[in-house]
Design a protein around this ligand. Structure first.
Ligand code: ZN
Length: 268
C-alpha cells in the first residue's frame, strides 16, 4: 500500500484506489490525484503514479512510529513535570500552612494551663456575666426578621476552645418561654455551617434563684472533627441569652473549662 501526503495538513491518506481525490484528514483536494496526474501522463499506469507520488508502506510506518514515540515522550515529560510541580506545590504549601491545616482539620486540645483561673477575667453581657479564660469581643451578626442579635466570641476552632455569648431580642414578643428559647438556641447551633450529627440533652437549672436551661451535646464539624458543647440558655422578658462553650470531643481539659465557665455564669 502507498500513501499520499497532504500538502495542507501533512497527514497521510491510504491510496486505496485510483479514485482517492481528497485528504482523509482535512478533506482538502490533493493537487495531484491520479486523474489529474493521468492527464499529464496519458500512457502511464496507476502503479507508476503510486511509485512517483506515493509514500511507500515502510516509510509510512517509520514516520508513524517516530511520531508515536515523540508523542509518548512528550506525554511522559508532561507527566513528569506535572508531578514535580505538584510535589513542590504540596511541600511548599505544607511547610507554610501545614500547622494551620492540621489545626483546621483536627481540633487541638485545650492547654491545661488554661485551667488556672488566676488568669481568667469577668465578661459582662447585658443579661449574663461570666468568668472566662479568653477575652470575648463582639462579632458581627445579621439581624433576622423580628429579632435583634448581638454576639461576643473568644477563641477559635484552631485554639480548641470557643466561648460565645449570643443575645437575641425578640422584637415582636415581650415574653418568651425558656423551653422554646432553649430549643431555638439548639436549633440555631445545629443549623450552622459544617455541623452534622447534632445531638444534645438539657436540664433545667437555677442560677441565683432564676431559671435557666443547661445543655450538653456533641456534633461533627466539617465531617471530620468531633466537637462537644455546653450551653446555658436564660430568658428575661423578650430577650434570650445563650452562653456556649465548644471544644474538641473527649478533651478532658476542655470539659473542665466548659464546666467552670458554666458554673461562673450569673444573671445580672
Ligand atoms: Zn490534509
Amino acid at each position: 500500500m502507498y500513501y499520499l501526503k497532504c500538502g495542507y495538513c501533512a497527514e497521510h491518506s491510504a491510496l486505496k484506489s485510483e479514485y482517492i481525490t481528497f485528504c482523509d484528514h482535512c478533506g482538502k483536494k490533493f493537487p495531484f490525484n491520479y486523474a489529474d496526474w493521468k492527464v499529464q501522463h496519458p500512457n502511464s499506469t496507476f502503479a507508476a503514479y503510486e511509485l512517483e507520488m506515493g509514500v511507500p508502506e515502510a516509510r509510512y510506518e517509520a514516520i508513524m512510529k517516530k511520531r508515536r514515540r515523540q508523542g509518548f515522550d512528550l506525554r511522559k515529560k508532561t507527566a513528569l513535570i506535572t508531578s514535580i510541580v505538584v510535589l513542590i506545590a504540596c511541600s511548599t504549601l505544607g511547610a507554610y500552612y501545614g500547622p494551620t491545616l492540621v489545626k483546621m482539620f483536627q481540633e487541638p486540645a485545650v492547654p491545661v494551663t488554661m485551667l488556672n483561673t488566676d488568669n481568667w477575667r469577668t465578661f459582662r453581657g447585658n443579661m449574663l456575666q461570666l468568668q472566662t479564660p479568653l477575652s470575648l469581643s463582639p462579632v458581627p451578626v445579621k439581624d433576622q426578621p423580628n429579632m435583634r442579635l448581638k454576639a461576643f466570641k473568644g477563641g477559635s476552632n484552631g485554639e480548641g476552645l470557643v466561648i460565645r455569648m449570643d443575645e437575641v431580642v425578640y422584637l415582636a414578643d415581650n415574653y418568651i418561654g425558656l423551653e422554646l428559647a432553649s430549643k431555638e438556641a439548639a436549633n440555631q447551633l445545629s443549623r450552622e455551617e459544617g455541623v452534622s450529627q447534632f445531638t444534645y440533652t438539657e436540664k433545667a437549672v437555677i442560677i441565683l434563684g432564676q431559671q435557666a436551661m443547661l445543655q450538653h451535646g456533641s456534633y461533627i464539624y466539617k465531617q471530620s472533627s468531633p466537637i462537644e458543647f455546653s450551653s446555658l440558655v436564660a430568658v428575661r422578658g423578650g430577650t434570650r441569652v445563650q452562653l456556649l462553650v465548644t471544644h474538641r470531643g473527649n478533651d478532658e481539659t476542655g470539659r473542665k473549662i466548659a464546666e467552670k465557665v458554666m458554673g461562673s455564669a450569673r444573671l445580672n
